[in-house]
Structures are given as structure tokens and as C-alpha cells.
Design a protein around this ligand. Sequence first.
Ligand code: HEC
Length: 165
Amino acid sequence: MTIAMLIGMSGGASAQSMSMPMPMHGGAAAAASGSAPTDASHGDARVPVDFPPALRREVLATMRMHLQGLAEIQQAMTQGRFDDAARLASMTLGMSSMHGDQAAQEARYMPPGMRELGARLHMQAGEFILAAQDATATGDHHKPQTILGHMMQTCVACHAAYRLQ
Ligand code: HEC
């Protein structure tokens, strides 16, 4: 599934809720939910995925680490610290960022499309690490920067398609 399709899906949900008649009172609330297609209470086109509570907590903690990793990688890149960027990616986004059998546990509960996006993220992290290591020798930041952008698109694609419950 492409990102364009995913955006199309949520855009469709938003257009649908926007076209519903709005009562005179509470118009602002209706408009707010219409402009937020990911609002859980209304027009949420994301597929709900059931995780056991402990695993859910663990996955969300990993997610927050992913985001912090991206922020620190971005900073390292702009300062030309490519070695640091590669190390951060390995710690926060690569396969080794998950402990023990977390990846296998998660895979058991994920629908195939979600599993594919998870695998893609870790593959892209591997590509980023190599490109950032190359950049320490060549100084060429374009390739790792491009892969970093692709990684973020994978975050966005999965968030647009799935939610935990
Ligand atoms: C394979 C799917 C998938 C990928 C890839 C993914 N996420 Fe998530 N992420 C989720 C799901 C599902 C949730 C829960 C959303 C919900 O239930 O509303 C989530 C939640 C989060 C949260 C909220 C955490 C919390 O405490 O509530 C953050 C932050 C986050 N992700 C960051 C990222 C970043 C950054 C990336 C990319 C580097 C990423 N995620 C990649 C599926 C994914």
C-alpha cells in the first residue's frame, strides 16, 4: 500500500465527515472533528489492532524512543556528526533497538500490512546507518538525508493506517 493511498483514505474520511450537516450549536466542535480525520471518536479510518496491555505499553515506549532518535539524528546530521547519526539510528531505530523477543511478540499481533511497514522501517534504518557511515568519509550528506526522509514517511504511513486498542 502506498503512502498516497493511505493519505487518500484518510482524506476521504475527512471529506465525508465535513459534508455532514452541521447543527447551528456546537458547530465549532463538529468542524474540529471534521478537520481531524484521526479523531478516535469520529471518522477514524485507521484499522484497530489488539495488543495485550503490557506489549502495548512496551510498543508505545519504543515509539517515543523512535521519535527522540529522529530528533537527535536530525541534529547530528545538521552538525555534520555522521558517526553519531549512525550510532543513534542503530540504538533507536534499528532491529537492535528492541530488546529480547519484542519484535517477534509484536509480529504475532500485527496484521500483515503493519508488519511489512515495521520491517520496512528497520530495513531503512540499516540503509541509513551505512549511508551515514559512508558520509563520514565522503562528507556527502544527501544520501543519508534522503533515507531519513523515507524513514519518516514510513512512520507516517503506519500511523495513518493503524491504531492500537
Ligand atoms: C508498523 C507501524 C508503525 C511504524 C512504522 C511506526 N509507528 Fe509509531 N505508532 C504506531 C501505532 C499503531 C501507534 C499507536 C497509535 C494509536 O493507537 O493512536 C504509534 C504511536 C506512536 C507514538 C505515540 C507514543 C505514545 O506514547 O502514545 C509516537 C511518538 C510514535 N508512534 C512515533 C513513531 C516514529 C517517530 C516512527 C518512525 C521512526 C514510528 N512511530 C513508526 C505504529 C507505528
